[in-house]
Design a binder for this molecule. Structure first.
Ligand code: NAP
Length: 286
């Protein structure tokens, strides 16, 4: 699309389905990327009510949409309507990106780009490669599970999950296979020992989004040689990021994961290398 021009008869369309989606930063991020590369594409937010995931995927198929991001509450429900899954999506049982199969445009595949996005962000922000390193991941929801799986697949030496609900924590720890372990959040001594033995602490809980100043682990557990990786990005400086800075620990928030999971999706859809700087600027402005 020429700069300043609107969509034309040949504009390609991608979008995000979810409920709610009005708050989503994805349109800003992807449209900035299309503009940066001069691609005649547009990305729109498509509100789709719970229970309508199959109808939405059928609609996307019929309308020739080139790609879909998938957010709550449809990440699991879309799976039954797809023609195949990547190994990441199959293991996680959750899809956040639908793409056309490279070998057959008529087939729709589901991927989960959160883990790859996390790894790219970890390297970009903090220079950390997981191979041989020991991680503690607090939180075992959708984001935590994607991070745990990706860290183990990237060769982490240990991935210890800390979670309030041990059952959910077990599911996450199992995704790390032989390097996975669970520590219930209620066992303060075991949490201290796990964090004490770790190279990187990841917060995959919403703790820090509110204004109560809460931390996912006590500040006294932080130290200058413990990398602190926050998944929350709003506020930009969470209580955990602020505490890590006070303790002299390298730290970054979750904005990079958000941008890089979108970059992986963008690359699936367009086949072009994602203009990450333009996407990050759009995300930060959002
Ligand atoms: P989720 O599926 O709802 O899982 C939430 C997890 O946090 C669960 O393990 C839950 O423990 C735990 N938790 C919730 N409240 C807690 C509290 N007060 N104290 C301790 N643990 C608590 O959410 P999600 O999708 O995984 O997302 C988690 C956070 O990651 C989000 O809030 C978001 O900020 C962030 N996130 C960032 C990105 C990114 O791109 N940067 C992407 C996705 C998510 P139980 O199992 O015991 O309930």
């Amino acid at each position: 699309m020429a700069p300043g021009a609107g969509p034309s008869g040949s504009t390609l369309v991608a979008g995000v389905i979810g409920d709610p989606v009005a708050h989503s930063l994805s349109p800003r991020i992807h449209n900035a990327a299309f503009r940066a590369l001069g691609l005649d594409w547009v990305f729109v937010a498509l509100p789709v009510a719970r229970g309508q995931a199959a109808a939405a995927v059928d609609g996307a198929r019929a309308l020739g949409l080139r790609g879909l991001s998938v957010t709550m509450p449809h990440k699991e429900a879309v799976i039954a309507s797809l023609d195949g899954l990547t190994s990441a999506a199959a293991e996680l049982g959750a899809v956040n990106c639908i793409l056309r199969a490279p070998h057959d445009d008529a087939l729709l595949l589901g991927d989960n780009t959160d883990g790859q996005g996390y790894l790219r962000g970890l390297k970009a922000d903090l220079g950390v490669e997981p191979a041989g390193r020991r991680f503690v991941v607090v939180g075992a929801g959708g984001a935590g599970r994607a991070v745990v799986q990706a860290l183990a697949a990237a060769g982490a030496a240990a991935v210890t999950v800390v979670n309030r609900d041990p059952g959910r924590g077990e599911v996450a720890a199992a995704l790390a296979g032989a390097v996975g372990a669970l520590v219930p959040a209620a066992d303060a001594g075991a949490v201290a020992a796990a964090v004490g033995a770790a190279d990187v602490l990841v917060n995959a809980t919403p703790v820090g989004m509110g204004d109560d100043g809460d931390l996912p682990v006590p500040e006294g557990f932080l130290r200058p040689d413990l990398v602190v990786s926050e998944l929350v990005y709003h506020p930009a400086t969470t209580p955990l990021v602020a505490a890590a800075r006070r303790r002299g620990a390298p730290t970054a928030n979750g904005l990079s994961m958000l941008v890089h999971q979108a970059a992986v999706a963008f690359e699936h859809w367009t086949g072009a290398a994602a203009p990450v700087e333009a996407m990050a600027a759009a995300a930060a402005a959002g």
